[in-house]
Every structure is written in C-alpha cells, then in structure tokens.
Design a binder for this molecule. Structure first.
Ligand code: GDP
Length: 445
C-alpha cells in the first residue's frame, strides 16, 4: 500500500538534497509536488489543501533547527503532518468497566466485515480475552454459516439463532447474546450486523436498532480501503445513520494508493482503529498512525536519525557555533571537541552513515572511523591550556611536546589533531558561508 505516494514523495525530497537553504520558490515547488502526490493517492481534496497549507506554513522557516538540514526538515514536517491526518495517537479499544465489552460492527456488504469479525476475535483471544462472535446478519442467506466457519478458524465461539428458525429478528439475537455472554463469562461480544450493497435507510435503521438494544462500548465502521474516496462517502452516510466510534480499514493489502486511509479521519473526525491487510486471520493489527507515516515515507532510519539528532543536538550550542563561524571565525578546539561528542551521542558512526542519504562522500572515511578516536582526541585537547584551546595557532613545538606527554600520546598524534582541527574549521566556514550548518558538525576530516 501507499506505493505511489511513497515514490512521489521520495522524488520530491530528492530534489531538496544538497540545498543549503530553501527559497520561497523551493517551498512552492515542493508544496506543488506534495499536492500532486496526495491527489494521485486519491486523498480527498479538502484534506489535501489543508495538508499542503500546513507544510508550507511550517517550511517557511518559523522552526529553524540547528540539527537538521532543509531537506531533513521538510521530511520531518511531512512526517508529522502525515501522523496528524492519520489520527495522531494510536486509538486503542475501550473496554467496559464491568460486564462484557460490546463491539458492534457496521458496514457495507463485501467490506470484509465477517472476516474482520473473526480477525478481531482472534486478536482479542491472543490478548487473553474471551470473545464471542454474534451473527446478527440474518439478511444474507449464508452470513450465519460464514461467521460460523470463520469463528471455527479463529477458535472462537459463535452465537447464532437456531437453524431453521427462518429469517429471525437480529435485534432479539443481539440482545440474547449479551445474556449468553454474561452467563458463560465471555468478556467481549462482537456483533456482526447485516450489510447491503449500497447505503439504504432500512439497513441503517436495523443497525441503529441493534445499537440501541445492546448499548455497545464501541461501534466500528468497517470499510474496504480499495474503494478509495467512496469509502469516505460511505463513512459519512454511516456516521449520520448509525454513528460510530472508530473505523476499521480492510483490504489494505490491495490498496496501492491509500486515499481512504489518509482522508477518512479528517473527513469524519473518527480515528482509524484497526487495519486489516490480507485473507489470513492474522493479517490484522491496531492502526498506528506513526508507523503508517513511516511506511509512507519509507525512511524509517532517516526518521529515527532526525529524532535522535533533535534530541541530542543542543540548539543553543549550535547557534553559538554558527555565530562563531559566520562572525569572527574564532571556532576553538573546545567547540571542536564538544561537537565531536555530540556526534558520538547520536550513536555509532557507521550506523549514522547507514541512515543518511547523500552522505556517500564521507562513507569511506567513516566506515573506518574508530570511536575510541574521540577519547584520544579528548585526552589531547584536555592537556592543553585554555589559551591554547582558544587560539590553536600558538601551539608551537615545545607546547606540542608538553601536550603529548600530558595526554600520553605522541607528538605526531598532536600534530595530526591540530591539522585536522584547522581542516575542519575551514570546511565548516565553507558550509557556513554556503548558508547553513552541515548536518554533522565536527565531522573528522
Ligand atoms: P462482508 O460481506 O462484509 O462480511 O465481507 P467478507 O468478510 O465476506 O469479505 C468479502 C471478501 O473480501 C472475501 O472474499 C474475503 O476473503 C475478502 N477479504 C476480507 N478482508 C480482506 C483483506 O484484508 N484483504 C483481502 N485481500 N481480502 C479480504
């Protein structure tokens, strides 16, 4: 799922790589591309408009981050906005405080309701619950039978009217199932209602009657994600006709675009709670907006890095360093050490390299990077006087000998460090004049 959107967005971000600063034109172009990507994914137009406006607003530099370069910042903004339209926090089931929890399923015929009922039952069973499935779909000749087969596959009991009782009354069956659950100590009752091929008033009324009879803790609207924007229209009709607390998206495995998943929350105001993605009963789980967004961006590692960088990177320090670089250029050995330590805080160098796109130029150097090197550098720098650290140009031959002795390193080590510092400073000045901080400050040369 989300394949087309993923590809589109990846292309958009690729165009931003290597840019030191985003101009108004860059932001406009990016916004345009995101808009097209979302429309192609069949996302509802009002949702697209809102999304693009939010990204544009935020990209216009109100959140200047020292830790991220502009491309990373756009990825971060898009990721956060995706999480928001997908519903923010994962919405978990609410269980009844006493007595059995009642879950009512509603939706069109063919939405995958019966399959879903069994998937949900199995999932609950695996969480240690004792669920029972209730066949309140007495319209379709085969529905009760189908639920029984699915119940058997899941190893979950099914409550159904006696065979041969004719059409029966689904409201009575649903009501009786609650008593049965109390008697047999089932703690979750999953009521499957009748679906029709299209939305109609009678169907809605029946679902509403069952709802009133069983007073469900959760009403879940089950919808086939493959029908795209029609899913959103149907959801609106069910919201008015029956009302629901959450959405279950089925057949996500067959949905390459993701329009329903991306629109339904914003349009209905109700969260997607579960995702069903396959014919197997275990192809089912809670819907996690953050993980979905990560999958759309297809940049799990990149997003982790952005998070870590933000957590680790001290904004104040970054600003100070940037000021020094663009101003008098008095970037000192203390700053150098501090930045190296920040880089180390991010995690092992090779891991970072695996996460960063566009950093291939440094890959060879860093693959051979020995993290103990930072300890050695630290020992040398700490053997210097404050004056030497502030102005490394004064470190002459005799000072180098003293520093080497003090740190237990050789004079060659000290020479290398001082050379490396001047090189790094030169590199950072270039970056700074180019209009932005390098993404990994203090990287050894
Ligand atoms: P109901 O009419 O709403 O009860 O729908 P069913 O549960 O009978 O499902 C209709 C069809 O969709 C069946 O052929 C199911 O096997 C299929 N189906 C249900 N859920 C999924 C899913 O998540 N992925 C795929 N690929 N097929 C599904």
């Amino acid at each position: 799922m989300f394949a087309t959107l993923s590809d589109r967005l990846a292309d958009t971000f690729k165009n931003l790589r290597g840019k030191g600063r985003l101009s108004e034109a860059d932001i406009d172009a990016t916004a345009r591309e995101i808009r097209i990507a979302l429309l192609e994914a069949d996302v509802a137009l009002p949702v697209v408009k809102e999304f693009v406006a939010a990204v544009k607003d935020r990209a216009r530099g109100e959140e200047v981050s020292g830790a991220l370069n502009p491309a990373q910042q756009i990825v971060k903004i898009v990721n956060e906005e995706l999480v928001t339209i997908l519903g923010g926090e994962t919405r978990r089931l609410r269980y009844a405080k006493s007595g059995p929890t009642v879950i009512l399923l509603a939706g069109l015929q063919g939405a995958g309701k019966t399959t879903l009922a069994a998937k949900l039952a199995l999932w609950l069973k695996e969480q240690g619950k004792a669920p029972v499935l209730v066949a309140a779909d007495l319209q379709r000749p085969n529905a009760v039978n189908q639920l029984q087969i699915n119940g058997e596959r899941a190893g979950v009991p099914v409550f159904a009217p006696e065979p041969g009782n004719g059409v029966g009354d689904p409201v009575a069956v649903a009501r009786a199932s609650i008593d049965e659950a109390k008697r047999k100590l089932y703690d979750v009752v999953i009521v499957d209602t009748a679906g029709r091929l299209g939305v109609d008033a009678e169907l809605m009324q029946q679902a509403a009657d069952i709802r009133d009879a069983v007073q469900p803790d959760e009403v879940l609207f089950v919808v086939d994600a493959m029908i795209g924007q029609d899913a959103v229209t149907t959801a609106q009709a069910f919201l008015e006709g029956v009302g629901f607390d959450g959405v279950v998206l089925t057949k996500l495995d067959g949905d390459a675009r993701g329009g329903a998943a991306l629109s339904i929350r914003s349009v209905t105001g109700k969260p997607v709670m579960f995702a069903s993605a396959g014919e197997k009963l275990t192809d089912f789980d809670l819907f996690h907006p953050d993980r979905m967004a990560g999958r759309i961006l297809d940049m799990g590692d990149m997003l982790t890095l952005i998070e870590q960088a933000e957590k680790t990177f001290d904004h104040e320090q970054a600003l100070k360093a940037a000021e020094k670089l663009t101003g008098k250029g008095d970037f000192t050995l203390d700053d150098f050490l501090q930045q190296m330590q920040q880089v180390r805080k991010l995690g092992s160098m090779s891991k970072i390299m695996g996460m960063l796109p566009g950093m291939g130029q440094f890959r060879d150097q860093l693959e051979n990077f020995d993290e103990r090197e930072i300890d050695r550098i630290q020992a040398i720098i700490q053997s210097m006087t404050p004056a030497e650290r502030d102005d490394p140009k004064i470190i002459d031959g005799s000072r180098r000998q003293r520093i080497a002795r003090g740190s237990g390193r050789t004079v060659t080590d000290v020479n290398q460090l001082v050379d490396r510092f001047f090189e790094a400073r030169k590199m950072m000045m270039q970056f700074a004049q180019g209009g932005g901080m390098p993404s990994l400050p203090g990287m050894p040369g």
